[in-house]
Design a protein around this ligand. Structure first.
Ligand code: FES
Length: 138
């Protein structure tokens, strides 16, 4: 708990000093930004700052990273947001769930490190994440 002095008026309108109790979590916005690097099939790099809780797909679209189409808007129903997670980052991003795995069957040249970027939620631990974008989408 953080105690902060504030200016206040007493009943007579005279300025008095008082203290208000602030609960730090109420006033602190946790908006950690993780750096994500997208590498296109022709080795062009796009580094973006991604807020935790957003998806890798959303950040690609928001920053106009080429090669991510996301036709279904993140509903795990199109496989046009396909990326390859760099092997060293696979333990951090985790693998696809059953629904995503089924959809990856429609992705172009899926590999063991394939993921649908709309299903990767950015966490603090993903700061530095690198994903590669295939030459084309489904
Ligand atoms: S945006 Fe359609 S599956 Fe990811």
């Amino acid at each position: 708990m953080v105690r902060r002095p504030t200016a206040a008026l007493d009943l007579a309108g005279k300025s008095v000093k008082s203290e208000c109790n602030f609960s730090a979590p109420l006033f602190r916005t946790h908006l950690f930004m993780a750096k994500i690097t997208y590498i296109t099939h022709d080795d062009k790099e796009f580094a973006v700052e991604a807020a935790t809780g957003t998806t890798v797909m959303e950040n690609a679209i928001k920053n106009s990273v080429p090669g991510i189409e996301a036709e279904c808007g993140g509903a795990c129903a199109c496989a046009t947001c396909h990326v390859y997670v760099e092997p060293e980052w696979q333990p951090v991003t985790g693998g696809p769930d059953i629904m995503e795995e089924d959809m990856l069957d429609f992705a172009w040249e899926a590999k063991p490190n394939s993921r649908l970027s709309c299903q990767i939620k950015v966490t603090d631990e993903m700061d530095g994440l690198v994903v590669r974008i295939p030459a084309r989408q489904a």
